[in-house]
Design a binder for this molecule. Sequence first.
Ligand code: SAM
Length: 229
Amino acid sequence: KLSRRLECVASYIPKESTLADIGSDHAYLPCYCVKQGIASFAVAGEVVKGPYLSALSHVKELDLEKQIQVRQGDGLEVISQGEVDCITIAGMGGSLITSILENGKEKLPGVKRLILQPNVGSIHIRKWCQKNNWEIIAEQILEEDGKIYEVIVADYVLKHPEKLSAPELLMGPFLIREKSNVFQQKWNAEVKQWKSILQKLNEASETKELEEKKNELKTKIAYVEEVLS
Ligand code: SAM
């Protein structure tokens, strides 16, 4: 059985997709998608040998070798351009997900949908999407086993997507509108942490760098408090 987190990712994969799941670990997601008939073909990419081998054996165990190819490599280097129309990258930090997309940019023409599941740092993903003509069409936030996860779904668009405001880049345009309990819980905890950092910085001696850091924190706190109020 798939985790709720990965089930949420899978729910945004269009039917009959050709899928690449990058950083697939055990290849749970591609196996589920192929078995459910969501994807007709999938590539499971893994850079690390251990997870690559476990993906291979899981795919073999389920007898899915015809529909799922497990490939070892860094990020999008495991696919060729035009091979898949949907890419999932889940369970990593937002900056790592963003660097995988940025480094593999030449593989993206032909891809219609990205489903990205950052554990932290989703702002990097939203900024990258905005800059590279990927329009965020849905977002989810969920809690599982005491951790909070975000899912960002983006479709390729020809013209620049509508510009997101600074609070939207930080917290997510759809998530801000929905303002779910989990969302409030996450951002209340962030603000609490930022305030305690700010207090410590206030006790330290003044430098220009420190001043900038403090201003950055104050700005973020103001954005979040405005959204939550
Ligand atoms: N996607 C699965 C999930 O959401 O449950 C696995 C998440 S696991 C925490 C992250 C995986 O990404 C690890 O197996 C790691 O080896 C892999 N990974 C990290 N950087 C990668 C990269 N640049 N290219 C491919 N895989 C990568």
